[in-house]
Design a protein around this ligand. Structure first.
Ligand code: NAD
Ligand code: ISE
Length: 337
């Protein structure tokens, strides 16, 4: 079976997903696209030489009998409605982060999916599909180092055009909120503290940058996440796990060491597309294969809900200056399989 995919949102990442499905992955074809900027959607179809229908409305794409599964890569605030529509249509849906811009919106999606009786929603937390993070998880799962005690992480962007308010927490660090919980086998977070160090003079307007987020898990693991979205030097993702009998860290991305004029240097990546290029391909190939088999194995709507609750608690902690609780209901059995 070739999965016939409709894509809502043909912007920066949407067109990357369309390209990867059309040019590199197997078992699926993009047969429909939609974007409020119809000209842009048309340009993507023409540039990639697709035989795809351009819908004037995302809901019409979802309802189309030509579409088996949906990718939502439009702006974050539009995700909730499209995901709910896909669930109502009984169609598997891959939703780029965030699942919804509020925890309540994510909870509505969880409730709708449970009522539908079938896991249809996967959320675009691609770090779980990154080779380096998977290697790190293998080391932790082996038990050779004992239990994890402390995680030291950094999420650094060279720049963040258009970032405002609390986006470092709600748009960037959502990836850590998901992948660290996955590394720790769903050891849920119980509290958040956000520290606002001296601001870099290189960030836009009044944007607080960097931030340090401190999370504590139910099992007592202490997590520190540095978010620095205007670090200038490159795109740098760090994660070190300190365990009872040793430590394990994400390896530096491969690059050629150059010795020249009494210097030893290596390239640093400059954007998330390059750092996670392969992870995105693995994420989508696994999603296509699972969808063809009528299954869903990736980050679920519940995972998207947990991230939203965590993100909200971090924003509250930033503005209150206090340690704030992260209160989550028990994970439903529906999401335990
Ligand atoms: P973008 O602005 O480049 O593209 C979004 C597209 O959605 C635009 O073309 C816009 O016209 C379209 N759109 C907006 N509202 C729409 C609607 N109601 N119906 C149809 N189309 C609509 O943004 P982007 O950088 O591609 O980000 C899109 C989503 O992907 C965001 O949620 C973002 O957080 C996420 N994203 C994820 C990653 C990742 O690492 N997984 C990286 C970048 C962006
Ligand atoms: C962007 O939206 C992403 O999701 C990237 O993965 C992240 O590194 C970046 O900070 C976000 O702005």
């Amino acid at each position: 079976m070739v999965v016939r995919i409709g894509v809502i949102g043909t912007g920066a990442i949407g067109r990357e997903h369309i390209r990867r499905i059309s040019e590199r992955l197997k078992g699926a074809r993009v047969v429909a696209v939609n974007d409020v900027d119809r000209q842009q959607a048309q340009a993507v179809v023409e540039t990639l030489g697709l035989e795809a229908r351009i819908h004037d409305d995302g809901n019409a794409l979802i309802a189309s009998s030509e579409v088996d599964a949906v990718i939502v890569s439009s702006w974050g605030p539009t995700h909730e409605a499209f995901v709910l529509a896909a669930i109502a249509a009984g169609k598997p849906v891959f939703c780029e982060k965030p699942l919804a811009v509020t925890a309540q919106g994510c909870r509505q999606i969880v409730d709708a999916e449970m009522a539908a009786g079938r896991k249809l929603v996967q959320v675009g937390f691609m770090r779980r599909f990154d080779f380096a993070y998977r290697q790190l998880k293998q080391v932790l799962d082996s038990g050779d180092l004992g239990e994890a005690l402390i995680l030291n992480c950094a999420h650094r962007n060279p720049e963040a055009p258009g970032f405002s308010g609390d986006m470092a927490l709600t748009d960037s660090c959502v990836h850590e909120f998901d992948v660290l919980r996955w590394l720790l086998d769903n050891d849920d977070y119980v509290s958040a503290q956000v520290i606002t160090p001296r601001r870099t003079r290189l960030s836009e307007a009044e944007l607080q940058d960097p931030h340090v987020i401190l999370l504590r898990t139910r099992n007592g693991v202490h997590i520190s996440i540095e978010s620095f979205v205007n670090c200038r030097y490159g795109y740098d993702i760090q994660c070190q796990v300190v365990c009872e009998m040793g430590t394990a860290s994400l390896p530096e991305p491969a690059s050629v060491p150059v010795r020249h004029e009494a210097r030893l240097s290596r390239e640093v990546l400059t954007n998330w597309k390059d750092r996670f290029l392969t992870a995105f391909d693995v994420e989508f190939q696994e999603w296509i294969d699972a969808t063809a088999a009528g299954e869903m194995h990736g980050p679920s709507a519940w995972d998207g809900y947990v991230v939203a609750v965590t993100s909200d608690a971090c924003v509250k902690a930033k503005h209150s200056g206090r340690i704030e609780p992260i209160e989550l209901p028990e994970r439903p059995a529906f999401y335990r399989s």
